[in-house]
Write a protein that binds this ligand. Structure first.
Ligand code: ATP
Ligand code: MG
Length: 568
């Protein structure tokens, strides 16, 4: 063991020496040794003397000798490994390379949101990880809630996220298969048609009592099944699975598999009125679609027993069903039950309101898809229901947009400033402090706007620097300030203020979002609208670009006169 360890340390030391002009050091080696063999952390006291001795030995050798030994004895260390992008996702149980099929199965009953981003990104990443496929399947078997608008919105959302699927389908296109499977279950006596009213059914479920329909024979079930397609009205008959009315798992107490819905379906119009519910549709679809690994959120966990039982009874192939936690942000609910009323009551401007965690809302706010993916993957495949702070997503976003955001001046609560001895007519300013994002020219005539907050403490005689321009001495205060140029040298200890030339100012509104709900109460102050003045150059930028307004924060240009605050 010790010989092996010494050899490992010597290899690391030689490699490190070769990268540092033939000299290595204890501290660089210790962290590398622990990085390679974390289990050594607990015996680090024994390992350090070994390292010190080896470092001394290696440093005594000439660089030539070091290089020879490295090449002859440790060639494997010289192979540059491609950096593996860590996804944060653990290996999938039972997954075989080339044979993984996942699916993202949204119901087209609303706009996609951050939770859908999590689900679809995980589905896609696993398909990629195993060289498999991702199916986008619209689980559209409740025509009461579904609309064509939502199918489209979900596709647009996935496109924007950059989630690529290999196949797209609708559960509703498989209705004939679903009816065939229902018939099989009827014939085998695994299901029955129940005509009890809703209240009786709930009461029996609670009290674990079977109803008389359960005892019905095949003839009765066949007759009732046929009547579900014409005679019965919605609610008068449902197909129930013969589960276990005394099961600890309430889902197994004879759950509904099919019901009557007399609503026009967005695709099939009035072709069908008997529709499978979620459990029945998902089990059949996952199986026939060849799904190997199916994921859903944790609150469906109790339904997994039903999922496997149904497939057993039907003699169908069983995918592996796994659960992860729901993703949402504090004060920013994703549930349709909460979002729809907000839109309908006009409390938000639409599903793309920047306060919403919908993909459209996040996009308008200036969150980029790559940040969402990094954020989702950083959370991993977890079951624990921790609500990550929105700031975590913001910090991924900031790293991505900072290098490509143009810097512009912005002024709030404007005060006029006239520089009486200005002799410039135009200046050129870099669009980004480090990166080459070009330059812009600004016309100048000595008349500026500066922010009210910057003027408050200024007194006659004070010296300030107008950023990128020159230093001035204040000669008059008040709403129409005046100053005169002193010099142009950069002085570290005078205040620096930004300005907008009064030759061609651009008036904009900046929308600033706050959380929608505070302690479950709608936050009436969740949207602040600030009037601002910015540079002419704003008008030349495309809608959708990110701007860093100096000393204010990142904003996305939403229109010629509106910017949306992204984050600090
Ligand atoms: P709702 O109750 O709003 O209808 P749902 O879970 O039924 O929510 P679907 O549109 O049917 O929503 O979901 C499609 C997929 O996205 C499912 O696999 C679901 O588990 C997943 N999903 C939905 N919401 C979230 C969320 N907040 N976090 C993670 N995954 C989610
Ligand atoms: Mg749903």
């Amino acid at each position: 063991m010790d010989d092996e360890l010494k050899k490992m340390i010597r290899g690391i030391a030689l490699l490190n020496a070769s990268e540092h002009d033939g000299k290595t050091r204890n501290d660089s080696i210790i962290s590398k040794v622990i990085g390679t063999k974390p289990e050594l952390r607990s015996r680090i006291k024994d390992v350090i003397p070994l390292i010190s001795q080896i470092v001394i030995d290696v440093n005594k050798l000439s660089m030539e000798t070091q290089r020879k030994e490295l090449e002859n004895e440790y060639a494997e260390l010289l192979i540059v490994k491609p950096k593996q992008e860590r996804t944060g996702l653990p290996p999938l149980e039972g997954a075989e390379q080339g044979h993984v099929i996942t699916r993202f199965p949204p119901e087209p009953n609303g706009y996609p949101h951050i939770g859908h981003a999590k689900a679809s990104i995980i589905d896609e990443e696993y398909a990629k990880m195993y060289g498999g496929k991702l199916i986008l399947r619209f689980d559209d078997t409740n025509p009461e809630k579904e609309r064509l608008e939502y199918y489209a919105a979900i596709k647009v959302g996935l496109d924007w996220l950059g989630v690529k699927y290999d196949l797209i389908k609708n559960t509703s296109d498989d209705m004939e298969i679903i009816y065939k499977k229902a018939r099989e279950l009827i014939d085998a006596g695994y299901v029955y048609v129940c005509t009890c009213d809703k209240e009786t059914i709930s009461k029996n479920r609670r009290e674990m009592i079977p109803c008389k329909c359960r005892a019905g024979n095949l003839d009765q079930n066949n007759m009732r099944w046929n009547k579900m397609f014409d005679k019965f009205k919605p609610g008068e008959a449902i197909v129930r699975f013969r589960g276990d009315m005394s099961s600890e798992n309430t889902v197994m107490r004879d759950p509904t598999l099919l019901r009557i819905i007399d609503e026009s379906h967005p695709i099939h119009k009035n072709k069908y009125r008997v529709w499978p519910n979620y459990d029945f549709a998902v089990a059949i679809e996952d199986s026939i679609d060849g799904i190997t690994h199916a994921f859903r959120t944790k609150e469906y966990e109790l339904r997994t027993e039903l999922y496997y039982t149904l497939l057993d009874k039907l003699g169908m192939r069983k995918p592996k069903m796994l659960e992860f936690s729901r993703l949402e942000f504090e004060g920013m609910p994703v549930s349709k039950r909460v979002l729809k009323p907000l839109v309908e009551e006009g409390k938000v401007s639409g599903f793309d309101d920047p306060r919403l965690p919908t993909l459209e809302g996040l996009r308008r706010r200036g969150i980029v898809p790559e940040a969402i993916r990094k954020f989702v993957l950083s959370l991993g495949f977890t079951k624990s229901d921790t609500m990550p702070p929105f700031e975590t997503l913001e910090s991924f976003n900031r790293k991505i947009i900072d290098p490509v955001s143009i810097r512009l001046f912005i002024v709030f609560d404007p005060v006029k400033l006239t520089v009486i001895n200005n002799n410039l007519t135009e200046i050129e300013i870099s669009n980004h402090p480090q990166n080459d994002m070009g330059k812009r020219r600004i016309k100048i005539d000595g008349n500026f706007y500066i922010s009210g907050s910057d003027t408050r403490t200024l007194k006659i005689g004070d010296e300030v620097r107008l950023l990128e321009l020159y230093n001035i001495r204040i000669t008059k205060t008040g709403p129409e300030m005046e100053g005169e140029v002193t010099d142009t040298n950069y002085k570290p200890d005078i205040p620096k203020i930004q300005w907008v030339s009064r030759k061609n100012p651009v008036n904009i509104e900046v929308l600033i979002s706050d959380v929608l709900f505070i302690n479950d109460q709608f936050n009436e102050n969740s949207l602040e609208v600030k009037q601002a003045i910015t540079e002419q150059h704003y008008l030349e930028l495309n809608v959708g670009v990110e701007i860093q307004f100096v000393r204010f924060g990142y904003c996305r240009k939403d229109s010629a006169n509106q910017a949306i605050y992204t984050h600090k």
